[in-house]
Design a protein around this ligand. Structure first.
Ligand code: AMP
Ligand code: MN
Ligand code: MN
Ligand code: MN
Length: 270
């Protein structure tokens, strides 16, 4: 069974429409899929249809803050119509907009004007993220690549203050009947002591799973994350964090299998 429980569409910072993503998942023989856009559930209302070969698990990726860092918590198997979730998404959209204005002000100070309007146009919706700003900076000829844009212009101090605490997002997910998953634990570049502190807080708030697999990764990383997952008594999730087709290192469902000793999170989906 091919599983991908972390993917994005153009409802956040991905490039494919929700229907295009489903069609790619079908081509790539994915049978268990979640669309986990940043702070929005729009993909689920935009979808035309889902073929019988694919079980689509309702999901989201919340932006949160923990000790001034931006941390991502994925919610899986959530009730999309739940009022707690609806309110959470509305709050996050508001926070994202205010944050986008702050990013634009920061760019203005660095001599880049009209970034808000230009970036909003690129995003094409209210869900403006830093990748959209990166695209704007490239289009405006300020930067040559996304990497350069992030490095020079978008790694802004204190940006995480716009996001709620990790514990709040876990409350939202649980309130909507879902399972909270710590996304890509290795991406935060935390020391093991700090990662364990994050997991302490995550689990104390009711977080139940972590991504043992996030995108293509090395065998030792998989063994490392599997052993951490088991040691902490967590369920295991896996996802590509797919955003767009032309990146060979982050293709949809192109991920190693979950180690057999891990307990898969999908056993607990409602
Ligand atoms: P935001 O939601 O505005 O915080 O933007 C975060 C998103 O930007 C992540 O989900 C990634 O898709 C992307 N991203 C983060 N860091 C980088 C980077 N260094 N280079 C390219 N994309 C990045
Ligand atoms: Mn993203
Ligand atoms: Mn993420
Ligand atoms: Mn993601």
């Amino acid at each position: 069974m091919r599983v991908d429980l972390h993917t994005h569409t153009d409802c956040s910072d991905g490039k494919l429409t929700p229907d295009e993503l489903i069609s790619r998942a079908l081509d790539r023989k994915v049978s268990l899929l979640s669309i986990t856009d940043h702070d929005t559930l729009s993909a689920y209302s935009a979808l035309e249809s889902v073929p019988a070969e694919i079980t689509l698990v309702p999901g989201i990726e919340f932006s949160c803050s923990w000790k001034k860092l931006e941390i991502h918590i994925v919610g899986l198997s959530i009730d999309l119509a739940n009022p707690v979730m609806q309110k959470a998404v509305a709050d996050q959209q508001q926070a994202r907009l205010i944050r986008a204005r702050q990013i634009a002000e920061h760019l203005e100070k660095q001599g880049v004007s009209d970034a808000f309007v230009g970036t909003a146009q690129i995003a094409g919706n209210d869900n403006i993220g830093r990748p959209h700003f990166a695209a704007f900076l490239i289009e405006a000829g300020v930067c040559k690549s996304t990497t350069e844009a992030f490095k020079k212009y978008l790694s802004i101090k204190n940006l995480a203050r716009h996001w709620p605490e990790v514990s709040t997002s876990i409350e939202w997910i649980r309130g909507a009947g879902g399972i909270a998953v710590l996304a890509h634990p290795l991406k935060y570049k935390l020391t093991r002591t700090r990662l364990n502190m994050l997991l302490d807080d995550f689990q104390a708030a009711g977080g139940r799973a972590m991504e043992v697999i996030s995108g293509k990764q090395l065998e030792w990383q998989t063994r490392d994350m599997a052993s951490l997952c088991i040691k902490r008594g967590l369920l295991a999730s896996c996802g590509s964090d797919f955003h767009q087709p032309d990146l060979s290192w982050a293709e949809l469902a192109d991920i190693p299998p979950l180690p057999g000793e891990c307990e898969p999170v999908w056993k607990y989906f409602a």
